[in-house]
Design a protein around this ligand. Structure first.
Ligand SMILES: Nc1ncnc2c1ncn2[C@@H]1O[C@H](COP(=O)(O)OP(=O)(O)OP(=O)(O)O)[C@@H](O)[C@H]1O
Ligand SMILES: [Mg+2]
Length: 325
């Protein structure tokens, strides 16, 4: 459904300082029909820029791509007809009624009014918008609005839909509900979904396959489980009296396979191949040295660990830095 080779995009910085932003630095992508692919990366990683190139909204500085069987550069109109695009933040007119918004969007795709009305009704049913047709868009809740954005992207029945940060700004319940809808679109209609996200839980819950982007380059791809399996071992965090932390760390260090040891106050952190196997041994050794364990936590690898292993930074931290910038 999508094949991209060496996609690149540079932006010229405006203003006196000048210079260039190399937002996307040679991206290769392969997405098969029917896949639900998550494009994960921190703020500013190049997700939206890549998406805008694949949807013909932005010209690549270099590279080639085929989207929905059409060449991006020589047949942009063919691409547009075959895809749906739901922008980050959406793009609906606040005063317009839900039903009118759907029909108008259909007519933009040259559907007849009757076809657009029928398809609008069908999508409203599928996306839980039935009964809201006569409401102005501005009166919808955040979740309803996001579902309307998705309905607008699907009005012309594309086989491939691009969703940019679908659940940003929604409360946990509306997010889970939206995820259900996205899964159902894929299951019921076989639509290929390519979505960007900077939420690890969203990427984990939704994607068959993840493509991780950082600094304009793809740094990893695979199923969420396969990616997590690349981080070998569980993270263990043991709380002891701060005065005994160094001794406790010395004991932890001798556990088979222990690494990435750090001490902070009374918290001793390290990684071992299997936390459940290491814990009883650790307890015995601490006990023998008269060190009381105050707390203990074992964490299975998460996608954040994956990101940390790949880039040396935590996605959450990268995220916070992105927001601060
Ligand atoms: N029109 C533009 N002009 C100049 N720089 C741009 C432009 N669009 C994007 N950039 C820069 O390109 C980089 C990648 O931006 P992009 O919007 O693709 O990131 P993103 O991964 O979608 O981030 P977010 O999670 O915040 O949406 C950023 O450094 C951004 O500032
Ligand atoms: Mg973006």
């Amino acid at each position: 459904m999508i094949t991209a080779r060496g996609l690149e995009r540079r932006f010229r910085r405006k203003g006196r300082t000048g210079g260039e932003v190399h937002a996307v630095r040679g991206v290769d992508l392969d997405v098969a029909a029917g896949e639900l692919v998550g494009f994960l990366g921190p703020n500013g990683a190049g997700k939206t820029t890549t998406l805008r190139m694949l949807t013909t909204l932005l010209k690549p500085t270099a590279g080639t791509a085929t989207v929905g069987g059409c060449d991006l550069l020589s047949d942009p109109l063919g691409v547009r007809r075959r895809i749906g695009y739901v922008a980050q933040g959406g793009g609906t007119a606040p005063e317009r009624k839900v039903a009118d918004e759907l029909v108008l969007q259909g007519q933009l795709y040259r559907m007849s009014r009757a076809d657009a009305v029928a398809r609008g009704v069908e999508l409203a049913g599928q996306l839980d918008l039935a009964g809201l047709e006569q409401r102005p868009v501005k009166t919808l809740s955040g979740g309803q609005r996001r579902r309307l954005d998705i309905a607008l992207g699907l009005i012309h029945s594309p086989g491939l839909v691009f969703l940019d940060e679908p659940s940003t700004g929604l409360d946990p319940q509306s997010r889970a509900n939206l995820w259900d809808h996205i899964r159902r679109l894929r299951a019921g209609q076989g639509i290929t979904v390519f979505l960007t996200t900077h939420y690890l839980d969203e990427a984990d819950a939704l994607s068959d396959r993840l493509i991780v982007i950082d600094g304009g380059r793809i740094v990893a791809e695979g199923t969420p489980d396969a990616l997590k399996a690349r981080v070998n071992g569980d993270r263990v965090e043991v709380g002891v009296d701060p005065g005994q932390a160094t001794d406790a760390a010395g004991i932890a260090e001798r556990l088979p396979g222990a690494r990435e040891l750090s001490v902070e106050g009374g918290q001793v952190r390290f990684r071992v191949p299997r936390g459940d196997v290491a814990l009883p041994e650790l307890l015995r050794a601490l006990d023998a040295d008269g060190i009381a364990m105050r707390s203990v936590q074992v964490h299975r690898p998460t996608l954040d660990d994956v990101f940390l292993t790949l880039t040396g930074r935590s996605l959450r931290k990268a995220e916070e830095a992105g927001h601060a910038a």
